[in-house]
Design a protein around this ligand. Structure first.
Ligand SMILES: CCC/C=C/C(=O)SCCNC(=O)CCNC(=O)[C@H](O)C(C)(C)COP(=O)([O-])OP(=O)([O-])OC[C@H]1O[C@@H](n2cnc3c(N)ncnc32)[C@H](O)[C@@H]1OP(=O)([O-])[O-]
Length: 299
């Protein structure tokens, strides 16, 4: 009830009916929702600071924050809650696990499953991207570890990226290295972040960049010592929030809306395309071989 009261107070009228009608579906999985608006479920932890209007969202899917269907679903529900909460103006996205921001899409979700499962999974990936890239809030990625593929995508969706300054940590869209292909909206997000030429080369080579290299061409905006990532993100957020919300919120979609609309217009076709691609025997073999290599690396 407390959660409902918060939503009623803060949700814009046009969103309220939608929120209420999915009330039982949205709120049921939440383990905790306190009046101070700290809440968590299995894979996502949100700490909302009422005095600053900033929420810190931590992914917690050990060991590597693989973006599973469950994590992605919880992520989208959490983000939607924050988006309709007028008290929340900024989001810092980070990882609860040391050393890894996110290993990208959980490869096990794309191996040996049914076409229905692949479709549901891809829809959840799309949903995450649409919500994060299209967010009205200021979004800052506090990248406290490695961030390949889908992890890099999430970071690029944010308005600003701060990464732990260590050559051990790398970031990039490495899909081709797995024998798979980043879809056009991953490509669009990278082009939006670093421009066409770097994107073309990075995507073809499936290039992962150590943090210092990523800074050089703007894949990340700032490097700081690992133990300063969160505090620097908070400081950067304060600076972004010093701009009047209405002006910033009108400006952001001028750049992002056409990119979002491209996927919105062809979501179903994009899902069909993914399902047919990922179901191919050759692609399944390629993913399995990659998973085997990951496991061998540990021995
Ligand atoms: C068209 C589709 C577009 C696709 C987009 C994508 O995002 S595709 C995604 C592309 N993503 C990548 O290519 C990233 C691949 N991952 C890495 O490069 C490294 O894991 C790391 C640098 C993230 C962390 O290094 P570290 O030394 O700290 O950790 P570690 O390496 O020892 O792994 C620990 C355990 O996690 C397992 N596991 C790892 N990743 C995944 C995953 N994505 N999924 C599932 N499982 C994964 C790993 O097998 C191992 O399992 P085990 O043996 O314990 O049962």
């Amino acid at each position: 009830m407390a959660a409902l009261a918060v939503l009623r107070r803060s949700a814009p009228a046009r969103l309220l009916s939608g929120t209420l009608c999915v009330h039982s579906r949205v709120l049921a999985p939440w383990r905790q929702y306190q009046s101070n608006r700290h809440f968590s479920n299995d894979k996502i932890l949100v700490e909302m600071d009422e005095s600053t209007g900033v929420a810190v969202m931590k992914m917690k899917n050990p060991p590597v924050n693989g973006l599973s269907l469950e994590l992605l679903t919880e992520f989208s529900i959490s983000l939607e809650k924050l988006e309709i909460d007028r008290g929340c103006r900024g989001l810092i996205l980070t990882s609860a696990s040391p050393k890894v921001f996110s290993a990208g899409l959980d490869i096990t979700e794309m191996c040996g499953k049914s076409a229905e499962h692949y479709a549901a999974f891809w829809k959840a990936v799309q949903e995450m991207w649409l919500k994060l890239f299209g967010s009205n809030m200021v979004t800052i990625a506090a990248i406290n570890g490695s961030s390949p593929a889908g992890g890099c995508l999430m970071a690029m969706c944010c308005d600003y990226r701060i990464m732990a300054d260590s050559p051990k940590y790398a970031i990039g869209l490495n899909e081709t290295q797995l024998g798979i292909v980043a879809p056009f909206w991953f490509k669009d997000t990278m082009t939006h972040t670093v421009g066409s030429r770097v994107t073309e080369q990075s995507l073809q080579l499936g290039q992962m960049y150590p943090a210092p290299a990523a800074l050089k061409f703007g894949l990340v905006d700032q490097l700081v010592p690992e133990d300063k990532v969160q505090i620097t993100a908070a400081a950067a957020m304060a600076q972004w929030l010093s701009v009047p919300d209405h002006a910033r919120q009108i400006t952001k979609p001028m750049i992002r809306k056409p990119i979002v609309d491209r996927l919105v217009k062809q979501r179903e076709a994009d899902i069909d395309n993914f399902v047919s691609f990922i179901s191919k025997e050759s692609i399944q073999k390629s993913l399995q071989a990659y998973m085997d290599r990951l496991k061998q690396k540990k021995q």
